[in-house]
Design a protein around this ligand. Sequence first.
Ligand SMILES: [Zn+2]
Length: 183
Amino acid sequence: MVETYEYVYGNTKLSQEEYQKAKKIILDLQKENEKYIEEGYGPFLAAIYDKEGKLIAKMPNTVAKEQCSLNHAEVNTIKQAQEKLKTYDLSSMDLSIYVTAEPCIMCTGAIMWSGIKRVFYGVNSADVEKITGFDEGFKPDWIREFSKRGIEVYGEIEAEAGREVLRKYVSGGREIYKPKGRK
Ligand SMILES: [Zn+2]
């Protein structure tokens, strides 16, 4: 008998065991995220794991570091996984992506195209925008849209730890990158 956890910010129930596992991974990512921030990376980190819990890829946000607006943590991590596994279609490998914050408009698209089956994230976009001023974009009903495509979503995992990392990023006077003139 699997114990289930009724998840508010998701589209599928998660077993208590899976939930505990996700909490640990996200919390570890938040801690590591702080180290990357110290080295000048953007304040977001993503990792892709297979069903057995083996790490496939992990990358931070490198937008400012590499001067490329596409280089969000999720995009970087998906690229690394696909290069490693030598395929653009990860769907047969039953992979999960864990992210320190809710994927933005670009990254939800990137995840959809990648064949990843499960998304676990920390801080929701409204809080990311409130704390940092980053523009996460418009994502009408993305969790339901993912559901239609067979992609499970679980959000708000260890969110306070994630919000704290973002607050520190801002209070540390680090860069909030966005096009000039954008509100
Ligand atoms: Zn993104």
